[in-house]
Design a binder for this molecule. Structure first.
Ligand SMILES: [Zn+2]
Length: 231
């Protein structure tokens, strides 16, 4: 039953429909900002984690605002850290409660995961997020309705850092290659629900990328600021 929407599509087309960064098949999503402004958006998923403060310190040193797609379960485990991210001037988005892949899931399951995260994050931050990022970038039937129900805009990315597995040099190369006005970079300050992840390769890559971006005249904007000019 759940596979029915994909039957008319080839395997490649089906994979793109579900995970393609610019796919709008199952849920409307944005994946890049306007190219008219020399600005990029750094986004960090799967947090907060015990290592998030090191990233916050690095971003602050370079005056960089970013967007953090927090898992409800991680924010509930580390509410003070979740709030520290927002207090530092970064935007907060919903990354589901427990980070399940949404493919083959029912509409009710998807709405429950998105809604539980929305309730947890709203309680912790005293404001409801309006941005959403799907775990693993998987959009599935039912997600569009869940986004509407909870007032969320889905944000994909123009460049994936693969920072959870790549060495610092490769992450830095990916950041470099993806640099253009309006770029949205997908990076991570957590590892799904695992406590205390190793962010050293990401932090090393950002230590070289942040000054290079700044020297090249790029601004670091939150996703709402990049897309809609909101601070
Ligand atoms: Zn994730």
């Amino acid at each position: 039953m759940l596979l029915l929407p994909l039957l008319p599509l080839s395997a490649a087309a089906a994979a793109w429909a579900v995970r393609g960064r610019s796919s709008q098949v199952f849920a409307p999503s944005v994946w890049r900002g306007p190219s008219s402004r020399r600005a990029v958006a750094l986004t960090f998923d799967d947090g907060p984690s015990e290592r998030t403060p090191e990233l916050l310190e690095l971003l602050a040193r370079h005056g960089a605002a970013a967007t953090f797609f927090q898992c409800g379960q991680n924010a509930a485990r580390l509410p003070d850290l979740a709030r520290a991210v927002a207090r530092a001037g970064h935007a907060i988005g919903n990354h589901t409660y427990s980070h399940p892949g949404l493919w083959l899931r029912s509409a009710a399951f998807i709405d429950d995961e998105v809604g539980r995260a929305q309730r947890a994050l709203t309680e912790i931050h005293s404001v409801a997020p309006h941005l959403f990022r799907a775990p693993y970038g998987v959009r599935w039937p039912g997600l569009a309705a869940a986004q509407r129900n909870h007032g969320l805009t889905s944000v994909m990315w123009s460049t994936m850092g693969r920072d959870w597995m790549a060495p610092a040099e490769e992450i830095a190369r990916r950041l470099d290659r993806g640099t253009r006005p309006g770029a949205i970079f997908c990076l991570h300050d957590g590892r799904v629900l695992t406590p205390n992840p190793d962010l050293a390769p990401l932090l090393a890559a950002l230590r070289t990328a942040l000054p290079r971006w700044r020297d090249a005249g790029y601004e670091f904007l939150t996703v709402p600021a990049l897309l809609w000019g909101k601070l």
